[in-house]
Design a protein around this ligand. Structure first.
Ligand SMILES: [Zn+2]
Length: 339
């Protein structure tokens, strides 16, 4: 109705939640406690829960506080880990905090903080407001070519997710622009058409001026698919067979289907010393091979996912960084609907 989040949980009453008991955790009622009593911040009275997407300044009790709002901080956290950021929390339970995420998932945290749950994908320090707000200051703005109006829906539109342009200089790679010579717009690679206008880069663990997210969630597909072709590479090398990234496909029946990318088998480094210096990969086609102005080789790979349930619409896909600092890149997604 409002196209916005509520400022506090009480705003949901009475239009969206008629009954007061939805605001009171049964454990909190039994113990006569609220989450605000235990965290020493937040509204008490209306609810026993802790709501973290309000427009109130970050309170002093959290590492000294900040004039930035809780919502600004939480939205920056979502840029790093997606919709698993805790939105409504209950601290009145003895053994764990209970979290309801922005995306609707319920999970437990061992202590007062939920951030350590994600320590395998992002350094918990990067989720603190100090780090999030500092990073925000160097967030870059990119301008990308517009999607051609004739593009068919099977060439998935990544416009909302690109964070790298094709003519961008890569830090640490000298003055090279690895994708400068890559054909852009609707282009065919290894027999498949793709809409190529930019790239989605992951990898938050490698310190750099620009901070890339460890996951990009909810890439909208909304299409029947027998196979899905993915145009991929990595910014850096990794150990042989390391699990560097994963695609998680969300089917209309609620099932999730993963596609894992292992280094050296499914994906490899885009920039190599010489144009012909990298061996072929077992599970991926070489989609494109070029050279930089400095004479280095550039490669892109094409991975294929086969839908085990082709009668189910594929609603969306998540692109997730796994081990290490390879910096996985996704350039395009193309859906195969034929047999
Ligand atoms: Zn509770």
């Amino acid at each position: 109705v409002h196209h916005d989040l509520p400022n506090e949980l009480g705003d949901l009453q009475p239009q969206f939640l008629s009954d007061n008991r939805y605001f009171v955790c049964p454990t909190a009622r039994r113990l006569g406690l609220t989450s605000a009593d235990l965290t020493e911040w937040g509204a008490s009275g209306q609810t026993t829960y802790d709501y973290e997407f309000g427009r109130n300044p970050i309170p002093k009790v959290m590492a000294g506080g900040s004039p930035s709002t809780m919502r600004e901080w939480k939205q920056l956290q979502m840029g790093l880990i997606g919709s698993d950021v805790a939105m409504v929390r209950c601290h009145t339970h003895e053994k764990a905090s209970l979290e309801l995420s922005f995306g609707g998932r319920i999970y437990e945290s061992a202590g007062l903080d939920w951030e350590p749950n994600f320590k395998d994908v992002v350094d918990p320090q990067d989720l603190t407001f100090g780090r999030c707000l500092a990073t925000f200051l160097v967030q870059k703005t990119i301008v990308l070519p517009k999607r051609a109006p004739t593009t068919t829906p099977d060439l998935i539109d990544l416009s909302e997710h690109y964070n790298l342009t094709l003519d961008e200089v890569w830090p640490g790679q000298g003055v090279s622009c690895p994708f400068a010579a890559l054909p852009s717009g609707i282009s065919e690679f290894a027999g498949t058409s793709f809409d190529v206008r930019g790239a989605v880069q992951l990898g938050a663990m490698r310190p750099g001026l620009v901070h890339y997210p460890v996951r990009v969630t909810g890439i909208k597909l909304g299409i029947l698919a027998r196979t899905i072709q993915l145009l991929v590479g990595t910014a850096h090398s990794a150990a042989p067979q390391a699990l560097v990234a994963e695609f998680v496909f969300h089917l209309a029946n609620g099932q999730q289907q993963p596609l894992q990318l292992h280094y050296g088998t499914d994906v490899s480094e885009c920039v190599v010393a010489l144009p012909n210096s990298s061996p072929p990969l077992e599970q991926a086609k070489l989609a494109w091979s070029g050279a930089t102005k400095q004479g280095k080789g550039v490669k892109l790979y094409q991975c294929c996912w086969t839908n085990p349930l082709p009668s189910q619409i594929v609603n969306s896909v998540d692109f997730v960084n796994r081990e290490g600092n390879a910096g996985p890149l996704l350039l395009a997604i193309s859906v195969g609907r034929g047999p």
